[in-house]
Design a protein around this ligand. Structure first.
Ligand SMILES: O=C(O)CCC(=O)C(=O)O
Ligand SMILES: [Fe+2]
Length: 331
């Protein structure tokens, strides 16, 4: 199913996706890998829906092991990553949160699109000074201002970035395989078993009702835990007699994809817990999720918590770790 395209321009080094919102050009996939990833899933999906309000499709695997390994190495080397920190205040107490994994995000909610169609490889028009001038309202085609003026709630505080070619190939394949539409691509990199994501559900209002989220695993096998949310009584109290559903443990391998859909997010929590001891040095795992944000608040939220305001990092192959990325001086 085709959706509006989040295309990048072909300017900059050949074989790269470039955009003024990117810290650096992002390589396109090698052709053989592109061919493999554009195709249908390696295996048909199996439904996991034998528990209350659980609706999963499990592609085990979606991408062949060889292609998944190549894609893991490629994305880890090519994408800009962030280690986001932020403060939360709960019950009057301020807590500083350090996100326990590397993150990055691309895409834009349904209310807007990237205006890149006027730029082609032969176009000599210079980039507009602000990347935000390249984001336009999906209905009026008018540029959406950057930031928020006093009475204007229409701008973005974040700088949205189009989904680069290397991830857009997989997004399109996923849309075809699932019949769902996606406009946001979030990438997590768990460098070792010490990196994790705690129990949460992706049930924010900006995803609309019954959101479908496609979640790919590449690299090290990590356990994906799911547990049913405790049902609340009318008074908001937990009804202990009904907490007995699950938990569910999926040992997600390289190339696997889980589609979470229907009432799953509203009723289930999921996590990737830490691993310690000899399992900790696992070589790293990448998780890619495709989602569909309906309103601007979704774009804002994803960029705030997955890009943030800190430095850009890039994989350093010699050191085998993420290092701060330093912009080369303009010549
Ligand atoms: O890494 C995973 O498999 C899960 C990631 C996740 O739940 C999220 O990014 O919301
Ligand atoms: Fe999640």
């Amino acid at each position: 199913m085709a959706t509006k395209q989040s295309t990048t321009t072909e300017r900059g080094p050949p074989g790269h996706s470039t955009h003024p919102s990117y810290p650096f050009p992002i390589q396109r996939l090698p052709q053989t890998l592109e061919a493999e990833i554009s195709g249908p899933p390696t295996r048909a999906a199996r439904a996991i829906d034998d528990q209350p309000e659980l609706d999963l499709l499990y592609f085990e695997p979606y991408i062949s092991q060889r292609a998944a390994r190549q894609l893991f190495e490629f994305l880890r080397s090519e994408l800009p990553f962030y280690r986001v920190e932020y403060d939360i205040t709960r019950g009057g107490t301020k807590t500083h949160i350090r996100t326990p994994r590397w993150t990055t995000v691309f895409g834009l909610d349904e209310t807007a699109r990237f205006k890149t169609d006027s730029l082609s490889a032969s176009d000599s028009t210079p980039y507009l000074p602000s990347p935000m001038e390249r984001v336009v309202d999906v209905h009026t085609g008018k540029p959406i201002p950057f930031g928020r003026s006093e009475n204007n709630q229409t701008g973005y505080r974040a700088t949205p970035r189009p989904i680069p070619h290397c991830l857009d190939i997989l997004r399109r394949s996923t849309e075809l395989a699932t019949g769902c539409q996606f406009n946001i691509c979030l990438v997590n990199y768990y460098a070792s078993g010490a990196d994790s994501i705690s129990f949460h559900s992706d049930d924010e209002r900006f995803l609309g009702a019954l959101p479908a989220i496609a979640s790919f695993s590449l690299g090290a096998k990590r356990t994906f835990l799911m547990k049913h949310k405790p049902p609340k009584s009318e008074l908001g109290e937990t009804k202990s007699s009904e907490i007995s559903k699950g938990p569910l443990k999926l040992p997600l391998g390289s190339g696997d994809m889980v589609l979470m859909r229907g009432r799953t997010q509203a009723n289930w929590l999921h996590s990737v817990p830490k691993r310690s001891g000899k399992n900790e040095r696992d070589g790293g795992r990448i998780n890619i999720t495709f989602r569909r944000a309906m309103v601007k608040g979704g774009t804002e939220n994803y960029y705030q918590y997955n890009v943030g305001g800190g430095p850009v990092y890039k994989w350093n192959a010699a050191a085998q770790e993420m290092k701060p990325w330093i912009q080369a001086p303009q010549t």
